[in-house]
Design a protein around this ligand. Sequence first.
Ligand code: FES
Length: 87
Amino acid sequence: MKIICRCEDITENDIVRAIREGYNDMESLKRVTGFGTGPCQGKGCVLAVMKILARETNKNTAELRPITARTPLDPVYMGVFVVDRKH
Ligand code: FES
């Protein structure tokens, strides 16, 4: 069992099964499996899922549409990302 999305505990088998059920684009795969919806918002799994989808549909990853990026639910002040180097 190969974990593809560590945040949401989605395996390669989950992805392949969904593709074979007809969910053969990134957005519908995301909706049906939940990959990319964890705390990292897909940074750890989107590329791996794209490669699986490309392999299973005999396409190049460049032919696939990426998932839609969502903005944070609550606004985040830019100061949150500033590193205080004095400490
Ligand atoms: S690894 Fe998939 S959302 Fe984080």
